[in-house]
Design a protein around this ligand. Structure first.
Ligand SMILES: *[C@@H]1O[C@H](CO)[C@@H](O)[C@H](O)[C@H]1NC(C)=O
Length: 999
């Protein structure tokens, strides 16, 4: 390390830009007025000489021993010295920051606010401190946290404000209040939504190491995500450049609220001083070195793939860049050492380089380095780099293998980095393949700081809290789960002196929640940023008023799975522990005890198939839970002990297995739709996926396929079994999927219904129905694709041909299979509704049309209901990824209705799906969440139908649905319901194959 410049004793004369303020500086803290007459003459002299001047100085102690000394002091010497002194200072708040009475972000005119009767999770005491009381907010700052009118200190002031009407008083009635959610990894504004070619500024392709680039320079203020993310409680985000480069550039923290100035600059939180070309943030009379800089690094596949070719190239690029920075740093240190000793003679200018300055600052410990880095090899490379060049990391991001190599991270230079991860999003590329839902827990067991991040819009940061909830579900302690998106995230970006806690003196960034923040579906009732309420008229759900939603969910025990994740290096066996099936004359009977509720598919009063509640311990007034007896994969009976007991079944040939569900449930197994589940193992790896269907509209269909019905592509022909996403979905209660051929254009093909628990295609029950629906997409595919009107034209022609008994739509017009059209735009959906009427008017058929994707379908809720067109929302909670999704219905707290509840109200059959195959496992929570958002308008039965019977109806039609009633596939959960954080899947009951799988 360079010697500590702070301790250099020096005496010299400086000349600042302001000649009148010249002073003699002695040491680094003492300032005094010049003493000798010579000084007073200097001003005019300098003005005349302009560049350098010479004086004789004999008054300084520093020069004692010298008879006479000649110093050539450059103009701007003060700035240079000040900059030299700053080089070794650790950034952070200024000394006066802690006594601030007004936030630098305060918006004049904002009324003070008193939040009364809050249950405050403060972030203190390692995330375990909860305080009940009132929060008094003024001038953008939390002024007090105390019981009753802001405590003694402020009671008088508040009483007067009340009298004058100068205060907002909000009684939150015992609601949970947390600090605003902090997202340490976002691309908000730099990749704005909806995505348009004119504003995609997240990644430069100008080179591999670009430390001089700044995310602020691309920060768009019109991103539709800002209000959506705020509605999920996000108040601050670190906007990072993308990961196509080893060093992608500098990151900036922003607050998400609108500003009066409407500029990106006004959104910045504590920008470093270099942003406007100065080097000191020092206020008058203060010695401090300003705010943190932030920088993005990336290793592994992205920079290698995009720019360099191999990991070796990427790391050489890192080393080369750091060596450049090191050399510049040494020059600067040598310069400053002399300058601070007053040895100006022939010293020249401070060795500066606008391009490398930020990377030099990394070496000086003045930058929070945020490194996108996944695998053991990359993490090891990166940690080696930190030790070679002696800089520390704020966090490794994504880091899907970090939990496998905690000791590597502990060897990082300075201190171990935080680990910023997703909860369950993994396997999308090779380096994410070993990602584990238990990573957060394992990392915390190793003493590493865990941060959950969105990588917005990879995940919609509106739901960042859901990542913390899932981490908690899979074993992370509740205090750490909440810290992971508040205090730990704030620390990781160097802002924990003002955000990430509910504390006096902190920024008034607060979220009032409608339930405990770790409860599924927790939604802000209000969000404050800098003391300003962000939600104009928030809607919240009263279904969450019950005590279960107001406490930390009692999550299941995953200790075994956690051990296995490590033991098997991220690839633990995922299949069932046992597959029970009667063989020969031995009957396998399973008795599920401790059953709280039973839901099964059945035929309702109107003749429609629906999910029905068959038994509920609570509703039958039973003191004891019920039981369910299953033989050959079929439910023999359910109910309390008197109505459902083994009785006659006891015989020597009967093997009885008891499974205690401890208050759990039996529910319909869920069905996944929307992803490429079953057609891929790792979506980013071409050699593991079925591939994309060729588009006949572009004329690239091989003639070998021929024409007519045989030419249609069938997903069943490309099925892969035992993919990890399939097995994870299966053990999470999503046991079947309907998948259509992978398409990037209009034409897809026939979807297939298959089991996610089968080992191979030829196994009994692996393929449940070979061909299900005929799929196309009518979308804005851009210049490369056929126009929307061409796509509609082709569809019309196909359907008319079908009526004539020709082509691939014959089975659709014969009403044998549904026509499934992916469409998001309300205009396209309206055209499809009209096309259905047109075709039906030409013949006597009733076309079964299902719209998937359907982001804007809510605008046609009535019309869809009247036309009998069903809708599958993919994803189940909307995001305006592209223009045709812009007019979404956000749901609570921004709108009273959710898209799902509105369509259900309009008698539309609604299903839900997911986009990534990794997300198939989460169907259970998507279902639970949909019900919670609907504020009682959707029952639990209806919610379960969204991802079971409704999907069967919408994609398959009658035959499949009836089969599901006859031989249902069911899931047993322990400890709670399938759709809640309390439940854990312990068995799958497979009616069709007569098998029960136990985990
Ligand atoms: C913080 O909480 C975690 C989880 O409850 C615990 O394991 C850890 O020891 C705590 N750390 C401190 C410093 O108290």
């Amino acid at each position: 390390m360079a010697r500590d410049l702070k301790t250099s004793r020096l005496a010299t004369i400086y000349e600042g830009t302001d000649v009148d303020e010249r002073t003699l500086q002695q040491g680094q803290t003492k300032r005094r007025r010049p003493r000798s007459k010579a000084f007073r003459l200097l001003g005019p002299l300098i003005l005349l000489a302009c560049l350098h001047f010479t004086i004789f100085n004999s008054s300084s102690a520093f020069f004692s021993g010298h008879q006479q000394h000649t110093v050539r002091v450059p103009i701007h010497a003060e700035k240079t010295l000040s900059r030299c002194r700053d080089l070794s200072r650790t950034p952070g708040p200024s000394p006066s920051f802690y006594s601030r009475s007004t936030s630098d972000r305060f918006v004049p005119g904002t009324k003070p606010t008193l939040l009364k009767n809050a249950k405050i999770w403060t972030g203190g005491a390692n995330g375990t401190e909860v305080v009940e009381g009132d929060i008094f907010v003024d001038k953008g700052i939390i002024k007090s946290i105390a019981p009753g009118l802001g405590g003694k200190r402020f009671a008088k002031e508040i009483r007067e404000l009340v009298k004058s009407g100068g205060i907002e008083i909000v009684d939150v009635d015992g609601a949970w209040v947390t600090p605003g959610i902090v997202d340490s990894h976002s691309h908000l504004g730099d990749y704005p939504a909806p995505a348009l070619s004119g504003a995609s500024d997240g990644n430069s392709h100008a080179g591999l190491t670009l430390p001089w680039l700044r995310s602020i320079d691309g920060l768009n203020t019109h991103d539709d995500s800002y209000p959506l993310s705020i509605s999920g409680g996000i108040t601050t985000a670190l906007v990072l450049p993308g990961s196509a480069n080893a060093i992608g550039g500098q990151a900036f923290a922003i607050k998400l609220r609108e500003t009066k100035e409407r500029s990106p600059t006004a959104m910045l939180l504590e920008p470093p001083a270099d942003l406007n070309g100065t080097y000191r943030d020092t206020r008058e009379g203060e010695e401090w070195s300003g705010h943190w800089r932030q920088m993005k690094h990336a290793c592994g596949e992205n920079p290698s793939r995009v720019y360099s070719g191999t990991r070796m190239d990427t790391f050489w690029a890192f080393r080369k860049a750091y060596d450049t920075a090191r050399q510049l740093k040494e020059k600067q240190d040598a310069f400053c050492s002399k300058a601070l000793s007053g040895e100006w003679t022939d010293l020249g200018e401070f060795p500066d380089d606008l391009q490398w300055d930020a990377l030099v600052d990394v070496l000086r410990g003045r930058v929070r380095v945020q490194a996108h880095c996944y695998e053991a090899v990359d993490l090891d490379d990166l940690i080696r780099l930190t030790n070679e060049f002696k800089f520390s990391l704020a966090a490794v991001h994504h880091a899907h293998e970090a939990y496998l190599v905690p000791e590597v991270l502990k060897k990082a230079y300075g201190h171990p980095p935080s680990v910023a991860i997703f909860a369950a999003n993994a396997r999308y590329k090779r380096e994410a393949y070993r990602g584990s839902e238990f990573a957060a827990r394992i990392l915390s067991d190793n003493g590493l700081t865990v941060v959950m991040k969105s990588d917005h819009s990879v995940l919609n940061s509106r739901y960042l809290l859901y990542e913390a909830q899932q981490a908690h579900y899979y074993g992370l302690a509740d205090n750490l789960a909440l810290s992971s998106v508040t205090t730990s995230a704030a620390k990781t970006i160097g802002m924990d002196h003002r955000i990430g806690y509910v504390r006096e003196g902190y920024d008034a960034d607060l979220v009032v929640w409608d339930s405990h923040p770790l409860a599924l579906g927790a939604t802000p009732a209000q969000v404050y940023i800098d003391g300003i309420a962000q939600l104009a008229s928030p809607f919240t759900s009263h279904t969450k008023d019950s005590p279960t939603f107001q406490t930390v969910p009692e999550v299941p025990d995953f200790e075994d799975e956690i051990k296995k994740a490590i033991e098997f290096e991220g690839l633990p066996p995922l299949g069932p522990a046992e597959k029970l099936k009667s063989e020969g004359n031995v009957e396998e009977v399973i008795v599920f005890k401790g059953v709280e509720s039973v839901w099964m598919p059945g035929v309702g009063q109107n003749g429609e198939v629906e999910v029905q509640e068959m038994f509920s311990a609570e509703s039958v007034g039973s003191e004891h839970y019920g039981s369910v007896i299953v033989q050959n994969g079929t439910v023999l009976c359910y109910g309390d002990i008197t109505t459902c007991s083994l009785g006659a079944l006891s015989s020597p040939n009967v093997h009885v297995r008891e499974v205690d569900l401890k208050g759990g449930s039996i529910s319909p197994a869920l069905l996944s739709f929307g992803s490429q589940l079953g057609l891929q193992e790792i979506s980013g790896e071409a050699s593991t996926v079925d591939g994309t269907v060729l588009e006949p509209l572009k004329g690239d269909l091989p003639s070998a396929l021929g024409e007519g019905k045989e030419a249609v592509i069938r997903a069943v022909d490309g099925l892969q079994f035992e993919t990890r996403d399939a097995l994870l979905a299966y053990r999470s209660g999503t046991t079947r999927a309907i998948t259509a051929p992978t398409s990037s254009s209009f034409t897809s093909g026939l979807s297939t219904l298959f089991s996610l628990g089968a080992s191979h295609k030829l196994e009994d029950g692996a393929v449940i129905q070979e061909d299900v629906g005929l799929h196309v997409a009518v979308r804005h595919f851009g210049k490369a694709g056929p126009s929307v009107s061409t796509q509609i034209g082709v569809l019309r022609k196909g359907l008319v041909d079908g009526i004539d008994g020709k082509g691939i739509y014959v089975d659709v017009v014969k009403e044998k299979i549904p026509l499934v059209v992916e469409a998001h735009s309300a205009d396209i959906i309206a055209t499809l509704i009209a096309l259905k009427a047109e075709i039906e008017s030409k013949s006597s058929i009733s076309l079964q049309l299902t719209i998937t994707g359907a982001t804007e379908a809510h605008l046609l809720a009535k019309e869809l209901g009247e036309a009998g067109v069903g809708v599958i929302f993919v994803p189940s909670r909307p995001f305006p990824k592209v223009w045709e999704m812009k007019r979404l219905l956000p749901g609570p707290p921004l709108s009273k209705d959710s898209e799902i509840s509105l369509l259900v109200k309009n008698n539309v059959t609604v299903g839900i799906g997911c986009e990534g195959s990794w997300a198939a496992r989460n169907a259970r929570f998507d279902v639970g969440w949909a019900a919670l958002e609907a504020d009682g308008q959707i029952s639990k039965s209806q919610a379960l139908a969204l991802a079971s019977t409704n999907l069967e109806k919408l994609l398959g039609g009658d035959a499949i649905v009836k089969e599901s009633v006859r031989l249902p596939e069911l899931v047993a959960t322990e400890g709670g319901e399938l759709t809640a954080f309390e439940g854990k899947v312990v068995a799958v009951i497979r009616g069709r194959t007569g098998r029960v799988d136990l985990f």
